[in-house]
Design a protein around this ligand. Structure first.
Ligand SMILES: Cc1cc2nc3c(=O)[nH]c(=O)nc-3n(C[C@H](O)[C@H](O)[C@H](O)COP(=O)(O)O)c2cc1C
Ligand code: SF4
Length: 484
């Protein structure tokens, strides 16, 4: 886990929980409009992948329980985890790439409706991602995966071996000390060796990457249509973090086919995907996106470009804008051999899911100033599209202040809702002092990194005997216990 230089453990913000009457009259618990969809209140649970689908990406009982448990707290909206829009294997992450997923997704919608007594609106996050491989052992990479090129052959020549003998070239490369490899391997080859091979949207020499603008509008639109058919209230196009659409928006997108380079070029495919998705769903379904208020990487975009993106999305008629920050592969730590790089291990990852081991700014509400600037730009251009902010929000007062100052319109909380899915209900009832407060030390994120079923350290060992479902190793409960 990356920590800011000189970081210290900071205390959780003091919480003065409101009475039921104060909560009832508050901004956070007041209704909001998400395009055609009315939210009963401005409380929001952003997408969180829990690793509970089948290997084929289908809804399981554990998926139903996970979302049903959040729904019991009756937030204004829940966004279902990043759900793959293609019909390709991607492990136990939900998928929506063909009609065979419809039945399971309908059951999920039904479960949330019932568990929330119809109060919670349900959205689903639609994601596309490019190939990423695990970090290989050096021997395997140099002897099998590396496609030999002329510069590699010089390594054999340097040790008096035959440069035309592939085996001799590979053996010469393998014998080299790590620091000498850059003489013969280019940056991408070094990355594949040290981090694992990873595709980029700028790899336009690969036909399936060059074709992204051809393929993605239709893939997102079909997924959005399926989500509507399954009964979701809305879709959230995943334009954030380390995945395809965020990479199209990225300051590092230098594609020269009209879909990169300038702000307009980087926006082109996201706008085309938005238009196709909007056209594919009935009018009562909300279509919004999640994107980064700041990429927080060298060469990435900052809040000024984010303002321009937000205005462009608003002009295109988007129904909501949910803001995250960071979470990129570009500054991810080197994974262990056999592991894949994880985009939340560098500085940008810290900005996405900050912990209490923090600099003087602290982990709480680090995205709020950027959200406020983006909201100002959108309002300044004459649009009332709601802005959703999240990141280190864990008290009623934080949320109220954000709304009161007009920094955002809806306030999301991911980890605090995981720690206590009943917390909204407790605030509503004036029982805030009973809230199990997130400690922001990212045990849950560590599980996500290992692709293990995500749980919270504050409850996953409690009352195992009465837990409905346990983790694969039988040691952890999969949903939060109910208060006695
Ligand atoms: C276990 C876990 C899984 C996550 N999965 C997603 C995801 O699928 N899509 C997404 O946009 N963000 C994802 N996030 C990021 C959260 O939505 C949120 O932006 C982040 O945790 C910061 O908000 P918080 O401080 O309220 O937790 C995930 C976070 C966690 C902890
Ligand atoms: S595991 Fe830690 S960071 Fe994650 S929700 Fe629980 S207390 Fe918060």
């Amino acid at each position: 886990m990356w920590r800011p230089p000189g970081s210290k453990r900071v205390a959780l913000p003091v919480a003065n929980w409101p009475t039921a009457a104060v909560a009832g009259g508050s901004r956070w618990f007041a209704p909001a409009q998400l395009g055609p969809v009315r939210l009963e209140e401005r409380t929001w649970i952003p997408a969180m992948v829990p690793w509970r689908a089948t290997e084929a990406g289908e809804v399981t009982d554990a998926v139903l329980d996970w979302y049903g448990r959040f729904a019991e707290g009756q937030p204004g909206a829940i966004v279902v985890e990043a759900t793959g829009i293609r019909d390709v294997n991607s492990g136990p992450l939900l998928r929506i790439g063909t009609d065979r997923y419809l039945d399971g997704l309908k059951r999920l919608v039904e479960r949330v409706r019932t568990a929330s007594a119809g109060r919670t609106r349900l959205l689903i996050q639609l994601i596309d991602f490019l190939a990423i491989r695990r970090r290989p052992p050096a021997e395997k990479y140099l002897q099998r995966f590396l496609e030999l090129r002329e510069p590699h052959r010089a390594a054999a020549t340097a040790v008096g071996a035959d440069p035309d003998d592939d085996q001799a070239v590979r053996a010469a490369l393998l014998a080299l000390p790590d620091e000498q490899l850059p003489r013969y391997l280019n940056d991408r080859e070094l990355e594949a060796l040290r981090f694992g091979y990873r595709e980029r949207v700028t790899d336009t020499h690969l036909p399936h990457i060059a074709d992204l603008p051809e393929r993605l509008p239709e893939l997102f639109a079909s997924a959005a249509a399926r989500a509507a058919q399954a009964g979701f209230d809305g879709v959230e196009l995943h334009y954030a973090h380390a995945y395809t659409m965020a990479s199209m928006l990225s300051g590092t997108n230098h594609r020269n086919d009209g879909y990169g380079g300038s702000v307009e070029g980087r926006l082109r495919l996201p706008l085309e995907v938005l238009a196709a998705s909007r056209a594919a769903v009935p009018r009562h379904v909300a279509v919004g996106c999640r994107f980064l208020a700041d990429e927080c990487i060298d060469g990435g975009y900052g809040v000024e470009d984010a303002e321009r993106y937000a205005v462009a999305f608003a002009r295109a008629g988007i129904h909501f804008l949910s803001l995250s920050r960071g979470g990129k592969f570009d500054d991810a730590k080197q994974p262990k051999i056999g592991w894949a790089a994880y985009p939340y291990t560098g500085r940008s990852g810290y900005e996405c899911m900050p912990t209490v081991y923090s600099d003087e700014r602290g982990p709480f509400g680090r995205n709020v100033a950027a959200a406020a600037a983006i909201r100002r730009a959108v309002r300044g251009d004459g649009h009332d599209v709601p802005i959703i902010v999240s990141g280190g929000i864990t008290t009623f007062e934080q949320a109220e202040a954000i709304l009161e100052h007009g920094h955002a319109d809806i306030v999301g909380a991911a980890r605090q809702s995981l720690a206590d899915p009943d917390w909204f209900q407790k605030i509503r009832e004036g029982r805030g002092d009973q809230i199990r407060r997130c400690e922001f030390t990212n045990y849950c994120e560590g599980l996500d990194q290992m692709h293990k079923q995500v749980t919270c350290k504050l409850w996953d060992r409690k009352d195992l005997a009465n837990a409905k479902l346990l983790s694969h190793d039988g040691r952890r409960r999969l949903t939060a216990p109910r208060d006695p």
